[in-house]
Design a protein around this ligand. Structure first.
Ligand code: 5RP
Length: 220
């Protein structure tokens, strides 16, 4: 199977986690886009969606799915999104599409985080994929220096501005042995909005596309 076929398989499988007559949280990226298309097929059975990016919002609306502002929502049974890397503890690196901050906010509200990935995203140690860090523009140089002190090699994502008007530094050469600790440490650097480690709030379930079919993983 091609990588796109594996992504399609997990996008379809994620429909089983969508709760009827409720709002669903929707992620960003190529796998999330396939999920949005799958979701459009059952749109009459849901109340609507919360989007983790402007791109996702527009795609949901194009399919006739009502998009709620997160501030209007108190109960969100499930958030469904891709990842750039995931380990056996369901810790993830996210933000390859630059939507990490809104993804983290929406996933924080959700009762369940369902991560949908093809098998290439599964790693033993996070860090091969450069870790995205969203930064307030005036803090770019200072945050760069701090990230170098932590052993990383930050590279400015060229020509990219987040939905929140900020920059992304992609941090290479990190071997992330304690994702929970590093997530907190990075978020304490002045000028960092958030970073792409999703370890303090890991996924609850990972649907992984493999040649043998969709495998369901949990941290337990
Ligand atoms: C966007 C993300 C995506 O979930 C992540 O980059 C994976 O994307 P894809 O499904 O295209 O491989 O975090 O900010």
């Amino acid at each position: 199977m091609t990588q796109d076929e594996l992504k399609q398989a997990v996008a379809n499988a994620a429909l089983d986690y969508v709760v009827a007559d409720r709002i669903v949280g929707v992620g960003t990226g190529s796998t999330a886009r396939l999920f949005i298309e799958a979701l459009s097929g059952i749109k009459d059975s849901i109340k609507g969606a919360v989007a983790s990016s402007e791109d996702t919002k527009h795609r949901l609306e194009k399919h006739g799915i009502r998009v709620y502002d997160l501030n209007e929502v108190t109960d969100l049974p499930v958030y469904i999104d891709g990842a750039d890397e995931i380990n056996s503890l369901m810790h993830m690196i996210k933000g390859g599409g630059g939507a990490l901050t809104r993804e983290k906010i929406v996933s924080a509200v959700a009762e369940k985080f369902v991560c949908i990935v093809d098998g290439s995203k599964f790693v033993e140690v996070l860090g091969r994929f450069p870790l995205p860090v969203e930064v307030i523009p005036m803090a770019q140089s200072q945050v760069t220096r701090e990230l170098i002190c932590l052993g990383g090699r930050p590279v400015l994502r060229q020509g990219f501005i987040t939905d929140n008007g900020n920059l992304i530094l992609d941090v290479h050469d990190l071997q992330i042995h304690d994702p929970v600790e590093l997530e907190s440490q990075l978020n304490h650097i002045a000028g960092v909005v958030t970073n792409g480690l999703f370890a303090r709030r890991p996924a609850d379930v990972c649907l992984m596309g493999t040649d043998k079919g969709v495998v369901t993983l949990t941290a337990d």
